[in-house]
Design a protein around this ligand. Structure first.
Ligand SMILES: *Cc1c(COP(=O)(O)O)cnc(C)c1O
Length: 549
């Protein structure tokens, strides 16, 4: 490229290639192996220092001392609360981490994990990130709602290892009683869509569009929402649509849920706390208060599930709804913003989302995002009384197979514990408040830049750069700049449709490693002439000129 933006490219190292690492019959010599690993480290180092575009915390120096544990196999296979005979584990640390998040999310801890009360917390540290947590939550939700026996349901005469479910009988008067329907907003992460596909859980728009064409209870005219037989494809609309903050529109959610509850379906609702693109916080507390009367009106509170029509003893009383909170990002720091607000460090905080809300059934967060861990991990917590019944009880592990993975990363628990052990609560409050302040600073500077670019009629930014930032969000989005800049700062690039037209956006995510200096450096690059001119880039869409939309 001839018109490279000065200072916008990193050091001119040749990029790494597969050929550097290809394995053959002969081993690498010690020197050659050290050399290519050095180059990998150099690559990671170079990109780490300016990473701005993804929600991962790169302040990881506190984990360097954990290197010595790489000599060890650490495997937490089985249930975190039931020790197994396998001795190379880190369950003590896993339980400490779970206890920490249970306190943070206001869940009650069992006094005796062997006999938890229904409302006590149960969960585990994930070996994948929130993808695994979402998948596990939806699996548990499906089994709970479609009438499968749970751990707490004592079923007499049951073989100890069975691959078929002990499943409720459909009452004659309601063929939909055990057919859950999923609700989630258009800002929902792709891991949800994937989990619903894996688990074969129908979405409200699939079911609505195919069984009830033209009967969608919400008015979508003039919103530009793509529809399937009148139902909003991709999820419940968000407040203010594409230009809004990305929070679920509760006025749309409630009638949609009511439509299916009235037809006898149990209901699975997902909320986002720190959504994937806009970092938005659904108002879980208000939404649940609005859904509560709907659940009551249609018999979804404490309904009786019957496993055997001839045996009145074989029943289970449980709700006909499951509320899951995808807090992949926000679950880890929104509670600290709430405390920071209470101690005057920030003016306001995101809405409450946790187990203080009686309807909330499960919560996940990712450990490698806001907290910072060198490997993907996360936390899953639910209420013990809703826990799904594992398909089998493998004697070889000697701890119940109540998690998704078999072998589980004991190193992930170690990293999470190390992170939490290093930071006390005061430091957590300070760090969350500082991240929010830096995000607000970045939004203000980007808005100033947008006005400047509009004034100087900058090519491709004649109408400014469409800066967006929701309340308390750590994400700030704006028009996608040129490749040199997106590559230098590892900015995410996401095409969105606005009024039926494609607009290309990038976002900055302010994680704890992001400083005002790094934001200033980005702003200097974005203010250079031509920073948004993507004429030379294949497939780039030119934004409309002022007055042309
Ligand atoms: C990142 C993310 C996920 C998936 O988490 P992983 O840790 O990448 O598996 C799910 N939901 C939201 C909102 C996310 O941001």
């Amino acid at each position: 490229m001839t018109d490279t933006i000065p200072g916008a490219t990193g050091a001119p190292l040749p990029p790494l290639s597969d050929a550097d690492f290809r394995l053959g019959a002969e081993p690498f010599t010690h020197e050659r192996r050290a050399e290519v690993l050095d180059r990998l480290e150099e690559h990671l180092e170079r990109h780490r220092v300016r990473m701005l575009g993804y929600q991962v915390n790169l302040s990881l120096d506190g984990h360097a001392s954990l290197g010595r544990f790489l000599r060890h196999h650490i495997n937490n296979a089985g249930d975190p609360f039931v020790d197994s005979r396998f001795s190379l584990h880190s369950r003590w640390l896993e339980r400490a981490v779970l206890e920490h998040y249970a306190r943070l999310w206001h869940a009650r801890l069992p006094e005796d994990p062997a006999r938890p009360r229904n409302d006590d917390a149960w969960g585990y540290v994930l070996s994948m990130g929130s993808t695994e947590g979402n998948l596990y939550a939806l699996w548990n939700a499906r089994d709970y709602l479609d009438g499968n026996a749970l751990v707490r349901d004592e079923i007499s005469g049951e073989a100890s290892c069975r691959t078929t479910y002990v499943r409720a009988q459909h009452p004659d008067d309601n063929p939909n009683a055990y057919s859950p329907v999923a609700f989630f907003s258009q800002e929902t992460h792709y891991s949800h869509i994937k989990a619903m596909r894996v688990l074969d859980i129908p979405t409200f728009y699939d079911l609505g569009g195919s069984l009830y064409p033209g009967q969608c209870p919400i008015d979508l005219s003039g919103t530009g929402t793509r529809t399937y037989n009148g139902w909003p494809l991709g999820g419940v609309p968000t407040t203010g649509g594409d230009e809004g903050p990305g929070t679920v529109d509760i006025d749309a959610l409630v009638p949609l849920v009511e439509f299916f509850a009235a037809k006898g379906h149990p209901v699975l609702v997902n909320f986002n706390v720190g959504s994937v693109f806009k970092g938005a916080y659904d108002d879980v507390e208000t939404a649940c208060a609005r859904l509560r009367p709907v659940f009551e009106r249609y018999g979804l509170v404490d309904r009786t599930v019957r496993f055997d029509p001839d045996d009145p003893e074989r029943t289970s009383v449980r709700n006909g709804y499951w509320v899951h909170v995808d807090g992949a990002l926000g679950g880890a720091y929104a509670p600290y913003l709430e405390k920071a607000r209470d101690s005057g460090l920030v003016k306001s905080a995101p809405p409450v989302f946790d187990f203080r809300i009686p309807e909330v059934s499960s919560i996940v967060t990712s450990g490698h995002k806001y907290p910072g861990a060198p490997v993907p991990t996360g936390i899953y917590l639910s209420r013990a009384g809703s826990k799904l019944r594992p398909p089998s009880d493998p004697a070889v592990v000697s701890s119940p197979d109540s998690t998704f993975a078999g072998s589980r990363s004991g190193f992930a628990s170690l990293a999470m514990w190390n992170h939490l052990a290093r930071l006390g609560e005061e430091e957590q409050l300070r760090q969350a408040a500082e991240s929010l302040h830096v995000a607000e600073y970045a939004a203000a500077r980007l808005r100033e830049l947008s006005a400047t670019l509009r004034e100087r009629e900058e090519p491709w930014a004649e109408d400014g750069i469409e800066v967006g930032h929701g309340d308390h969000a750590l994400s700030i989005w704006f028009q996608q700049p040129r490749t040199e800049i997106t590559a230098k700062y590892t900015l995410a690039c996401v095409p969105l449709s606005r009024d039926g037209q494609r607009h290309d956006y990038s976002h900055v995510y302010v994680m704890p490693h992001v400083t005002r200096d790094l934001i200033d450096e980005l702003l200097t690059d974005l203010a250079r002439p031509g920073a948004f001119d993507r004429t030379a880039e294949e497939g780039a869409v030119r934004p409309p000129l002022p007055g042309q939309d």
